[in-house]
Design a protein around this ligand. Structure first.
Ligand SMILES: CC(C)(COP(=O)(O)OP(=O)(O)OC[C@H]1O[C@@H](n2cnc3c(N)ncnc32)[C@H](O)[C@@H]1OP(=O)(O)O)[C@@H](O)C(=O)NCCC(=O)NCCS
Length: 459
């Protein structure tokens, strides 16, 4: 066992007086520190005081290493990275308390209302909205890269009939790295751009093939006369008709949903993309890691879990008993709560509106009534109010997806298609950031130390 018997400063909660020689006579700031952007730390194990730079509201964890009473250097312990910045990023801004989400400075509400998914993708990747000519060229490039190599199709056909489409998506995206071995040249800006274009273009094709596979239907090739979302819907649902004509209101709703999912700063999957990308692997492998992270029920899988939960509740009169179970810690109210948003999730507000547009075309999903009543009751309940638990983006998105005829296993695939430009914008930023290193967190070792190997007969 590691020796933890020393009196750690963090455990001693008695306020300590600063050492006398730290109180310089020219201290003028309200805190008596001369207004300097620094943090003074006293290590109560040694009585030694250290001054650490504060930049952008952070101290550098590496600066703590100089606090070195035990020969190891002080580190931070932060499971789940709840209070650790891992990068500097100019892509997405979130103020969780105020419910603000901005891509490159543009509020999500304005983008959802006025923009399109591909324009938002351009914005995320390039930093500014495109001119008309730039957008036209970008859309053209995406459109001409939608086809897959036939061997990718064969790879997907090799899956069992009931393979989860997320598993198929994850592995087929990683397989793309073998089809485009040049993708490993990540220092070459043109090469990066080509792989980014390819991946954004091919994601709907991969997602649609995975969907058709589960249905035992022939895969539908892209139709480059259609828009990004129309083409996706055609590859999903087209049967024998020469051209698939999607209802424009449903196209718009799906486009909005993709916009809402396009980026969300350093969430679990983006962190996975950055972490894997920090090894300088190609972007397909890095994004495949992000898809893996998104697959989990606490991240992208939550909307699927919401629908299952609503189905299990079954009717409005069962809600109070369900809520009591949640409060007793038996299970979570899926689609509620967020690591960052502690007031409301602006995406949930936009999705609620989109629900109306979709249901006007498809008819109301009977689970909507349960969801609305669940939300009403939870928002008035002390348990949820006290913990600042509000509906997140996943609470209503599953209902829309279901109305659009997607089975629950496809929900996360839709999320992944939407998130791809964000992952790639963050990956691009990472590979150009001179300060970044290979991601390699520390640990607090809690296991045995050097033991003698015991022969089998003596155990
Ligand atoms: C999103 C989520 C993972 C954030 O987790 P987090 O920031 O680590 O928050 P915590 O788990 O620390 O939660 C704080 C408290 O609220 C409770 N809580 C959080 N989410 C809850 C939920 N959905 N239902 C019931 N209780 C919840 C926790 O049990 C904890 O209670 P405690 O203080 O009594 O122990 C979490 O809220 C969750 O699991 N939500 C459901 C899944 C979901 O909808 N995910 C999609 C996210 S977009």
């Amino acid at each position: 066992m590691t020796d933890v018997s020393t009196t750690d400063a963090a455990l001693d909660l008695t306020p300590q007086q600063p050492a006398l020689d730290d109180q310089t006579s020219d201290d003028t700031g309200p805190a008596g520190n001369g207004g300097r952007d620094t943090l003074t730390v006293t290590d109560n194990r040694t009585g030694q005081t250290y001054e650490l730079e504060i930049t952008d509201g952070t101290i550098r964890a590496a600066d703590l290493k100089q606090i070195n009473a035990d020969g190891e250097g002080l580190a931070t312990y932060d499971p789940g990275f709840v209070n650790t910045a891992s990068c500097r990023s100019a892509v997405t801004f979130i103020d969780g308390d105020a419910g603000i989400l901005e891509y490159r400075g543009y509020p999500i509400e304005q983008l959802a209302e006025h923009s399109t998914f591909l324009e938002v993708a351009y914005l995320l990747l390039n930093g500014d909205l495109p001119t008309e000519a730039e957008l036209e060229e970008w859309v053209h490039q995406i459109t001409i890269h939608t086809f897959l190599h036939e061997n990718v199709k064969q790879l997907m056909q090799g899956y069992r009939y009931d393979a989860h489409p997320m598993g198929m998506l994850m592995s087929s995206v990683s397989a793309l790295s073998t089809f485009y071995p040049d993708a490993v040249k990540i220092a070459d800006v043109d090469n990066r751009q080509l792989q980014i274009t390819r991946l954004i273009a091919k994601m709907p094709t991969l997602g649609a093939f995975a969907f058709r596979h589960a249905q035992g239907k022939p895969y539908v090739y892209p139709d480059n006369r259609l828009s990004y979302v129309e083409n996706f819907l055609a590859m999903l649902f087209k049967m024998s008709e020469p051209t698939y004509a999607a209802d424009p209101r449903l196209v718009k709703a799906l486009d909005i949903l993709l916009i809402l999912h396009a980026d969300h700063e350093q969430n679990c999957s983006t962190n996975a993309v950055r972490s894997v990308g920090s090894s300088q692997v190609d972007p397909y492998s890095a994004v495949a890691a992000g898809i893996g992270a998104l697959y989990g029920p606490l991240h992208g899988g939550a909307n699927e879990a919401v629908l299952k939960m609503l189905r299990r509740i079954g009717s409005v009169d069962q809600i109070p008993a369900f809520i009591e179970g949640v409060k007793a810690g038996k299970e979570k109210l899926m689609g509620f709560g967020h690591r960052v948003y502690k007031n409301f999730d602006p995406r949930a507000t936009i999705i609620k509106k989109a629900c109306d547009d979709v249901f006007a075309v498809t008819g109301v999903n009977p689970l909507l009534e349960i969801a609305q009543e669940l939300e009403r009751i939870a928002l008035e309940d002390e348990y949820f109010v006290k913990r600042k638990l509000y509906p997140n983006v996943d609470f209503y998105s599953g209902l829309i997806y279901e109305a659009l005829q997607f089975p629950p296993e496809m929900f996360t695939v839709l999320f992944a298609i939407g998130r791809t430009p964000g992952w790639l914008a963050q990956w691009s930023e990472l590979v150009q950031d001179k300060e970044q290193k290979i991601a390699r967190p520390k640990q607090i070792y809690t296991g045995h130390r050097t033991r003698e190997f015991v022969p089998m007969a003596e155990r």
